[in-house]
Design a protein around this ligand. Structure first.
Ligand code: ATP
Length: 239
């Protein structure tokens, strides 16, 4: 298996807050990997470190053999990593179509951009139905689909998703989960999925890491983790 992302012994601070205390993880080519853990455990900090939004104190982050830490955020997108941040920031007055096209800012070939647009509309038929509608008038779940679609317009090899189910109605959470599976399996995009909905994340990923206050506490195959008593107690609400 080819390692796509390697995140090695990373330490990260916010002033005096020690948010990542030597975290190591990997995403292999073709995998969906889940990152679970309570509020404030450091999940978003891992994504911010990968995308260059936050500088790391020490450690090393590499993607496809290239060193990422120290690289500018635009270059990280060009290298093949797109992030969907928490909180669904769409351009509310712009149409669905124009929001999607904004995601293609690193690309120039009109034909290829059109291909990506077709792919995104196949993955998210609801966006097709609402193609000319102002993005701000859609439901929370639909806006979440739009920001995932927009990230795909950069044609990433690795998609980083921060809490895609947060504030989304349960029925749409299922649709979004199915789309993530298809993006990974059919479109061959590797995925690093941050979720507080640990059960959903473990169901749709192949491997997972569980984070507790800045350190990886447990990791393994997602199917095994779903049945692990410690995971059940700490991350799945004790069921
Ligand atoms: P959440 O689900 O709430 O986003 P998380 O697991 O993603 O949680 P992080 O956002 O990575 O957690 O935060 C890790 C730690 O760093 C927390 O203690 C948090 O309070 C702290 N932290 C995050 N951002 C900042 C910031 N900008 N300034 C200071 N401390 C921060």
């Amino acid at each position: 298996m080819t390692q796509l992302l390697s995140f090695d012994d990373v330490h990260l601070y916010y002033d005096h807050v020690y948010a990542l205390k030597g975290v190591s993880l990997a995403v292999n080519e073709g995998e969906t990997v889940a990152l679970i853990g309570a509020n404030g455990a450091g999940k978003s900090s891992i994504l911010r470190a990968i995308t260059g939004l936050r500088k790391i104190r020490s450690g090393q982050i590499s993607f496809d053999g290239r060193r990422l830490d120290g690289m500018a955020s635009d270059d990280i997108v060009r290298a093949g990593i797109s992030m969907v941040p928490e909180g669904r920031r769409v351009f509310p007055l712009m149409s669905v179509r124009d929001n999607l096209l904004m995601g293609a800012f690193t690309r120039s070939s009109k034909g290829e951009i059109q291909q990506s647009l077709d792919m995104v509309l196949t993955r998210f038929p609801r966006l097709k139905e609402r193609y000319s509608q102002a993005a701000g008038t859609m439901s929370g779940g639909e806006q979440q689909m739009l920001v995932i679609g927009r990230a795909l317009m950069a044609r990433p090899r690795l998609l980083l998703l921060d809490e895609p189910s947060l504030g989304v109605a349960p029925k749409l959470v299922q649709d979004i989960a199915r789309s993530i599976v298809a993006i990974n399996r059919d479109d061959k995009v590797s995925v690093l999925l941050v979720e507080q909905n640990s059960r959903m994340a473990l169901r749709i990923s192949q491997r997972a890491y569980a984070l507790t206050i800045g350190s990886i506490a447990l990791s393994g195959d997602s199917a095994d983790m779903l049945n692990d008593d410690r995971v059940k107690k700490l991350y799945l609400g004790g069921e």
